[in-house]
Design a protein around this ligand. Structure first.
Ligand code: HEM
Ligand code: HEM
Length: 168
């Protein structure tokens, strides 16, 4: 996950970061339709007609996360990313790197397990999906807290850079 060191994220990398974040936010806010449909199907019942559009939206947005995540990883490998910055203490740098690694893993594991449950009825995939999204939520909260501490306490450029507010 080290990537080639460059001095800043490209516009595409920044766009991908915030698009994935926005899509994941929608997935967390608007999952009721998918949950209702899934529960009904598992019980052999008919799902309410009004729940289907939200269930399909969940699938489409979730698969979009997967595609964008693949693009992001590809760019990371080919173009590179700036080194984790603003963290003087090696232990904090390690936490930041581990957090990124876990987030990268989960933006693949969560949609893939959802797809395995939905399309292939793989036993246990639904459970992996639900556990995975819980871990993703907490790791993203830690990641967000880290970014805000960087910006407001350590006064580093890391968040400005991810917001494209700095020419680097
Ligand atoms: C990053 C992408 C995704 C996120 C963040 C996400 C998030 C969620 C959330 C928050 C729930 C509600 C779980 C609960 O509390 O019970 C859920 C349920 C579900 N999602 Fe996703 N999802 C994503 C992608 C997908 C995809 C691509 C599919 C299918 C193609 C999918 C299929 C399902 C299914 C079948 C459920 C019901 C599982 C259950 O309740 O046991 N998800 N998802
Ligand atoms: C679901 C939401 C989010 C996901 C999945 C996510 C994912 C990631 C990942 C994987 C990286 C590492 C980039 C790389 O090296 O390739 C990253 C970097 C970053 N993210 Fe997020 N992020 C999310 C939300 C946020 C939020 C809400 C903020 C700010 C409040 C934020 C601020 C940053 C910053 C500043 C960096 C650069 C860190 C550095 O270079 O050391 N992220 N994000």
């Amino acid at each position: 996950m080290a990537g080639t060191p460059v001095s800043s994220y490209s516009k595409t990398q920044i766009w991908l970061h915030w698009s994935i974040a926005a899509l994941i936010l929608v997935q967390f806010v608007a999952h009721d339709g998918m949950e209702h449909v899934w529960r009904a199907l598992r019980r052999g019942q008919e799902a309410a007609a009004g729940d289907w559009p939200l269930a399909y939206l969940h699938i489409v947005l979730g698969l979009a996360v997967l595609v964008l995540a693949a693009g992001r990883l590809w760019l990371r490998a080919t173009r590179g990313v700036p080194p984790v910055s603003g963290m003087e203490h090696p232990a904090l740098r390690l936490v930041a790197r581990l957090t990124h690694l876990v987030i990268y893993a989960l933006i693949f594991i969560v949609p893939l397990s959802g797809a395995a449950a939905w399309f292939l009825q793989v036993p246990g995939a639904g459970l992996v999906h639900v556990l995975g999204k819980n871990v993703l939520l907490y790791v993203v909260l830690l990641h967000t807290a880290g970014a805000l501490v960087q910006h407001f306490v350590l006064k580093s450029n890391v968040l400005r850079q991810m917001l494209a507010l700095r020419q680097a």
